[in-house]
Write a protein that binds this ligand. Structure first.
Ligand SMILES: [Zn+2]
Length: 225
């Protein structure tokens, strides 16, 4: 399968298949087979892995971005403290959002190779999932899942793309896994021209500021959950 810029940026999901046994789960077919196998093996080890979020389209990511930029949706810093974007410059706002969210068109969730996961058997009834570091840390409710993934996920082609122990540029997301064989194909399609054209042609909040940040976005911040 040859992927194009439309696949990369979440504007053409025709390369994806639905996994009806899970809620809202759309993946590339190779990622789907691998995920199913991993799910089955984890189940034999007593873990019921569930996808919480997989494919996300461009419009959805644009809504998230614009809400955050305009202060209509909370933005958190590296200690999960809320940030008041109204007190920040445009550039500062962009960096604050990018700590936990991707630029629309450049989320790994556009590809069908990346999944946020939890384990349903580790969740108390009516538990409200937060997807934060605490839940997935050695003392958190998903510690057995984190441990199982550390030991096993690479056998199925999965890795964690957002692990920044220095907590400098992007948040560490222990719940976000990526299917490397397909994700690599998408990573190669990301260019400065692609970033510039998405910013120019979309209805993105902060456009005037973003258009001057293409080099930095490409180098440091572009790919995120
Ligand atoms: Zn994610």
């Amino acid at each position: 399968m040859k992927y194009t810029l439309l696949h990369l940026t979440g504007r053409d999901p025709s390369h994806l298949i639905d996994l009806p046994e899970f809620k809202n789960c759309r993946l590339t077919s190779d990622c789907a087979s691998s995920f199913r196998k991993m799910h089955e093996d984890a189940q034999n080890d007593g873990l019921n892995i569930i996808p919480v979020s997989s494919f996300r389209n461009f419009e959805r990511q644009l809504d998230i971005w614009n809400d955050k930029y305009l202060g209509d949706r909370p933005v958190y810093d590296n200690f999960n403290r809320p940030v008041n974007v109204n007190t920040l410059t445009g550039v500062e706002t962009v960096y604050a959002i990018l700590y936990w969210s991707a630029l629309p068109g450049f989320s790994r969730h556009h590809w069908g190779t990346d999944i946020d996961i939890a384990a349903s058997n580790l969740m108390p009834e009516n538990y409200e999932l937060k997807l934060n570091s605490e839940e997935y840390s050695p003392n958190g409710i998903f510690a057995p899942l984190t441990e199982w993934l550390d030991k096993n996920m690479q056998k199925y082609g999965f890795f964690r793309p957002f692990v920044d122990e220095a907590h400098v540029r992007v948040g560490t997301e222990l719940w976000h896994i990526s299917y490397r064989p397909d994700a690599e194909k998408f990573e190669k399609l990301i260019t400065k021209d692609a970033i510039a054209s998405i910013i120019r042609d979309s209805n993105i909040a902060g456009k005037a500021c973003l258009i001057n940040m293409v080099d930095e976005l490409y180098d440091d911040y572009i790919i995120h959950g």
